[in-house]
Design a protein around this ligand. Sequence first.
Ligand code: HAM
Length: 421
Amino acid sequence: MLINGPRGTKDILPETVAQWTYVEDVIRNICARYGYHEIRTPIFEHTELFLRGIGETTDVVEKEMYTFTDRGGRSLTLRPENTASVVRSYLQNKLYASDALVKLFYIGSMFRYDRPQAGRYREFHQFGVEALGEENPSVDAEIILLAVEFLRALGLQELRLHLNSVGCPKCRPVYREKLQEFFRPHLAELCEDCQSRFERNPLRLLDCKNAQCHELAEGAPRITDCLCDECRMHFDEVQAYLAATGVTFELDANLVRGLDYYTKTAFEVKYMPLGAQSAVAGGGRYDGLVEEVGGPSTPGIGFAVGLERVLLALEKQGLLPKVHESVDIFIVALGDVAKIPAFKLMQELRMAKISASMDFAGRSMKAQMKQANKKNARFVAILGEDEVKEACVALKDMKTSEQKKVASKDLVSALCVEVKN
Ligand code: HAM
């Protein structure tokens, strides 16, 4: 019986790989412009890292992690996100020693046991950015602009930037209590998930997708009315920096992120035509995370973009580059006698940095020419019995249909000139 890939995973086939590398090129280009350096961390980490980093009461940790025990009895988890891993690496490799502000980016697979649907997978890819070591609100603005400009560089237009502050350990407990007070009389009307969130993570009541919970959340106290002076000032400054650059944003008091490490700035970029999975990027400040993972108190901020969602959006808008396969030369070998000389010629061409291809199955002339056309060959070299005897090829220019005899020993130099033109 055929074995299919696990639910929620996708093969990226050769015809789509070019779309991914196109997006990755845009990422590398924009990160270089903003001064972010690539980091690659392992796909799996000690489970403890995510329990401490992401928070034990989050959906990601409670329901979505791929956790397993290895043969040495250690509990390991496939990374559900990469911020905790980057922070771990920052500490383990003492990256803080090289610079006060360390600016990193990554591209890679993440794993969450989510309910698969369009734009939601169990293995998905993120492009993420983390800036560690600076609490100044200008870094928040830089990070947010980088997220927006990346999406714009791809040509996406209908973007909405949602901005909020989720406070800090000083002001959030006060807000939590206010929120609980507000929801307490309606506890029985909340969905099952929200009833359990009420005690453990009441902020999450604000972004429940259940229609009744959503309605009940209308009129709830706003965190931005409860911020301490420091958080309020920080939030005002982030907005001032953003406003100065002309980027438009919407203040969204209901924006609470699904991971527990956030402090102060939280943001999401939505691409509305994607419907239910419209969040293409999300991030925020996490000034307590480095300490949580065992390091000294160090501020940090970052975001991650869901690349599958970006590709879906690009596809919807017809913004994906069309890639046509092409080859400089296709060698048509006719008959047994031509097989080895044709193969030798192909190797010589390839060694001369010319892309060359041939048929390996000894098909008819017509079938081989069909293949050459399919591969968009710029030239075709035909080798039959006569050409082998004369040590030459019949070289056909597929643009002009002109055909001429070229000595095999001169083919590389003749093509080097032609292919460059
Ligand atoms: P997140 O909001 O959990 O944040 O994920 C970021 C983005 O990853 C989402 O906006 C979405 O586009 C994409 N994404 C999440 N889950 C899935 C899924 N199951 N299938 C497809 N795409 C998905 C984080 O991961 C944080 N680490 C971001 C961050 C970095 N915050 C600070 N630094």
